[in-house]
Design a protein around this ligand. Structure first.
Ligand code: GDD
Ligand code: MG
Length: 349
């Protein structure tokens, strides 16, 4: 899934250059390239499909020249992750109706790749034998409101897989009060946004919980791969509900399982998560930029890719980020509002 705009990383991430196509950590590979590199170790090149916006076709082809054009599925409109998954699922059905599928975000950072792939292998094994919607769960360390929260049914693991649990509740993006309660209870995991299931299981879930979406995409089955596919998609996406897989299926389904793992995962979806994962100076600041002078600044994340001299005095707990045309100064604790700022900027243009 590579069609999001990563708006909470604004103004660095923009709609014409979203986060998945950026190398925010300076590793030499962008997030989508890192995601591809990771999965090539267990998935043959021909089995990759990137679902993204028509606007990002060139970016994907440029960054992943290994893929054929037919492996890049283009959406005419952004309708969040449920339509993205439904479209890909019906396309894959024509190739292999029994396929096991890994659905991954393309903007994650994973430190321990071998441990990660080991979990993926376990997950594939489980879903190939069970009608299960499996997600990888992460031990949370703060009341982050940008994630899904998963409560497990009991501490007893399923079958022989020590860290696999049936899910009791799934709550997408709770408010801060609820997130604090979840964290304090110690019973919850974060949803990593990396799912594993078989094609029959996910299609069954769509038919049960989001039938309006699955009916739309099923209708296209005989058109996929023909010249009628694009007009069909234009019409379908304009009629399609805008909903994520988390709200649409994971919160509702009763056959959700979680593989609780630790492989150094982070979404790095926000300035705050980048801050948490970065090395700080002795005042707790994370600074990128050659010409930044700090006086009494504490716990700030400052990202100044331009040459401009920046002097910060007495600022505590702030995000300060500059891009070519924008300067953002926002309290770290209010960073979820950045989505709103981006919407307002777009509306005012
Ligand atoms: N093709 C396509 N179309 N991809 C999309 C779309 C879309 O309309 N919208 C988002 N994506 C892609 C993004 O590019 C990203 O790779 C992935 O789908 C997830 O979308 P995000 O917008 O980043 O979701 P999120 O981070 O707010 O929430 C999800 O991930 C969290 C962990 O990272 C949820 O699954 C949460 O429950 C989870 O905790
Ligand atoms: Mg994300």
């Amino acid at each position: 899934m590579a069609g999001g705009i990563g708006s909470r990383f604004w103004p660095l991430s923009k709609s014409n250059m979203p986060k998945q196509f950026l190398d925010i950590l300076g590793t030499g590979r962008t997030f989508i390239q890192q995601t591809y590199d990771r999965f090539t170790k267990i998935c043959p090149n021909d089995n990759f499909f990137i679902v993204t916006s028509v606007d990002y076709k060139e970016l994907v082809m440029e960054q992943l020249p290994e893929l054929k054009e037919s492996q890049i599925l283009l959406e005419p409109l952004r309708r969040s992750t449920a339509p993205c998954i439904a479209y890909a699922s019906y396309k894959i059905q024509k190739i292999n109706p029994k396929a096991n599928i890994i659905v991954s975000s393309s903007d994650h950072f994973i430190q321990q790749e071998d441990a990660f792939l080991e979990e993926i292998r376990k997950g594939i094994e489980f879903v190939s034998k069970n009608d299960a919607l499996l997600t990888l769960g992460i031990q949370p360390n703060r009341p982050e409101t940008g994630y899904g929260y998963i409560q497990i049914e009991s501490n007893r693991a399923i079958e022989s897989v020590a860290n696999l649990h049936k899910v009791k509740t799934f709550t997408e993006k709770p408010d801060i009060e609820l997130a604090k309660i979840f964290i304090e209870s110690g019973e919850f995991f974060w949803n990593s946004g990396i799912f594993i299931w078989s094609l029959p299981s996910i299609l069954k879930a769509f038919n049960t919980h989001l039938s309006s979406i699955s009916e739309l995409f099923e209708r296209g089955s005989r058109l996929y791969g023909t010249s009628d596919e694009i007009p069909f998609l234009n019409k379908t996406y304009s009629e399609c509900q805008n909903i994520s897989i988390d709200y649409g299926i994971m919160e509702k389904a009763t056959n959700v399982y979680v593989l609780c793992s630790d492989f150094g995962w982070s979404d790095l979806g926000t300035w705050g998560s980048l801050y948490e994962n970065s090395i700080k100076d002795n005042q707790g600041n994370v600074v990128t930029g050659k010409n930044v002078m700090l006086y009494g600044a504490k716990d700030c994340i400052v990202n100044m890719p331009n040459e401009k001299l920046v002097v910060l005095h007495g600022l505590e707990g702030y995000i300060v980020v500059e891009s070519e045309e924008t300067l953002l100064v926002c309290r770290k604790e209010d960073e979820q509002q950045i989505r709103q700022f981006v919407n307002d900027v777009r509306m005012n243009k």
